[in-house]
Design a protein around this ligand. Structure first.
Ligand code: F6P
Length: 375
């Protein structure tokens, strides 16, 4: 009799609403439709290297559809660079052994850009890999959507809605910081949906004078309050140039030593910009004479119940992932494509990022309704 195929699942990177819906969708389809067994690994690639397994079957997959976070836990650990007892070590070989010990037919990794890169490494090390795209940042390449973005968009939009009434009452500028270090989908989407007066995103470096002028113009027309939606990675023009140069140095590094120096320089630059939103509010107060306040939405955007759209997306990507494992189509990510899904080779996804194109319809719409984008 043929052995029952066993599929492993892990969640890696920052959590996002809908991860449990994806685990459930994949697990239920794998068990119910394809007659497979499902095991989970705790805390991303670290739990896989440690072989910390959880059996996912029977009731293990029930009652989790609407639950936020991930029942498996997650971490940002990478297979080839994991901190162990104060040392950074390559645990790829341990992962391969854990995979074989578990008797896996395939491993499904649910994660964002970093996870896609790690998954490609494991595929190259000989593992059968399928991935699903998740991140509230919506910046995974070659997929229309990522699990968690729709929920985060709702949360951030509601926050901007609520900030309107208090900004209006006090005649203040409220600068709302939205997540997104490298991509501005969330700030742009929530800013547009919430009617922010200014939207600042990493893809469009801003000039603080331009922002102040837009706010002053509103005051001249009798509107003494403004909402500024700013992505955490938005930068002033000069800073953006320095940042691009530092990133280019990382990309151009010729050996590990050069890369380590370039990465450290980039990290130092990022650290220096941590207070950007507070500095921006302060500058706007100086330049406009209006009192300014900051609201950092932070991890609220990643927490809690997934929206119906994220539950749907997670369920259909999970279902398609199980189908790919059953048909032995590996080294692919399940991309969302319109109402359907499409397997995309991992080497087309890993190392790429989907950022907001300058001619995107959301950018155009924001400009057409008079929103200042800071440029
Ligand atoms: O990748 C999603 C994200 O939420 C980013 O927007 C944010 O910058 C980052 O994760 C922060 O995550 P953590 O503090 O968990 O590493």
């Amino acid at each position: 009799m043929a052995r029952t195929k066993r599929v492993g699942i892990l969640t890696a990177g920052g959590d996002s609403p809908g991860l449990n819906a994806a685990i459930r969708g994949l697990g239920k389809a794998a068990i119910g439709r394809h007659r497979m067994e499902v095991v989970g690994f705790r805390d991303g690639f670290r739990g896989l290297a440690d072989d910390r397994r959880v059996r996912l079957g029977g009731t293990g997959l029930s009652g989790i559809l609407t639950v936020g976070g991930t029942i498996l836990g997650t971490s940002r650990d990478k297979p080839h660079k994991m901190a162990v007892d104060g040392q950074v070590v390559d645990r790829t070989a341990e992962i391969v052994r854990a995979y074989e010990r578990a008797g896996l037919e395939a491993l499904v990794c649910i994660g964002g850009g970093g996870t896609q890169r790690s998954a490609l490494r494991l595929a190259r090390a000989g593992l059968n890999i399928v991935t699903l795209p998740k991140t509230i940042d919506n910046d995974v390449a070659v997929t229309d959507a990522t699990i968690g973005f729709a929920t985060a968009l709702e949360i951030a939009t509601e926050a901007i809605d609520r900030l309107h009434s208090t900004a209006h009452s006090h005649h203040r500028i409220i600068v709302a910081e939205v997540m997104g270090h490298r991509a501005g989908w969330l700030a742009l989407g929530a800013g547009l949906a919430g009617g922010a007066d200014v939207i600042l995103i990493p893809e469009i470096p801003y000039n603080v004078e331009t922002v102040a002028e837009a706010i002053r113009r509103r005051s001249h027309h009798g509107t003494n309050f403004s909402i500024v939606a700013v992505a955490e990675g938005a930068r002033e023009r000069e800073d953006a140039a320095a940042y691009r140069a530092a990133e280019a140095r990382v990309g151009a590094a010729r050996d590990a030593e050069e890369k380590a120096v370039a990465v450290a320089a980039l990290a130092a630059l990022e650290a220096a910009h941590l207070g950007n939103t507070l500095r921006l509010a302060h500058r706007l107060e100086e330049l406009t004479g209006l009192e300014s306040r900051v609201t950092i939405l932070g991890y609220v955007q990643r927490g809690g119940t997934p929206s119906p759209l994220d539950r749907l997306l997670a369920t259909r990507l999970g279902d398609a992932g199980a189908e790919l494992v059953a048909s032995r189509a590996f080294s692919v990510m399940v991309a969302a494509r319109g109402d359907g899904t499409e397997p995309v080779r991992l080497d087309r996804v890993a190392g790429k990022r989907k950022v907001v194109p300058p001619d995107h319809t959301w950018v155009a719409a924001a400009r057409h309704v008079g929103t200042c984008l800071g440029d």
